[in-house]
Design a protein. Structure first.
Length: 167
């Protein structure tokens, strides 16, 4: 079941985030990178405020939060994380489709995201192309990520916009 984020969900989403990073992160990143990545969100109130912006959707299974995604602003997919044991079950794709539908309803001609090595194939499968390889530093640790863009068929010349994502 998908539903909208409520401020009381922030702690549960922090748990999902960390579990996702620690479960799938070792596939493509070093232990040091994974632990640095998993430290976020250090400030739960900042995380709560960040998730309150834009459109944040949550997936629940048997009353437990198992995944979440955020579109903020309307043309930037900022988060898409599934708890480790719920990966590869279509939940992330379901959240993604709902967020993309929201963006299309808003008339957004393209959606950008900052993809990890792990999520890059997922976004490529959904029509995104890499427009830039980035090297970001978190807690003194460097990470490679991919600025990706999915253009609408109506406008094939747009450049990526939107805020940088965590993760």
């Amino acid at each position: 079941m998908l539903r909208r984020f409520e401020p009381k969900d922030a702690e549960a989403l922090a748990v999902v985030y960390r579990d996702a990073v620690r479960t799938v992160g070792p596939v493509a990143y070093t232990e040091e990178q994974v632990e640095s990545w998993a430290k976020y969100p250090e400030d739960i109130e900042e995380f709560r405020a960040r998730l309150s912006r834009g459109v944040t959707l949550i997936a629940e299974e048997d009353g437990s939060v198992v995944a979440f995604g955020q579109l903020e602003p309307d043309d930037h997919l900022a988060f898409l994380y599934c708890s480790g044991r719920f990966c590869r079950k279509g939940i992330g794709a379901e959240i993604y489709r709902a967020l993309e539908a929201h963006a299309l309803q808003k008339g957004v001609p393209a959606i950008s995201t900052d993809a990890s090595r792990i999520s890059r194939p997922f976004f490529a499968k959904h029509g995104y192309s890499v427009v830039e390889v980035e090297h970001v530093v978190r807690s003194g640790i460097e990470f490679e990520r991919f600025r990706m863009l999915k253009k609408s068929e109506a406008n094939q010349s747009l450049q990526p916009t939107g805020a940088s994502a965590r993760g």
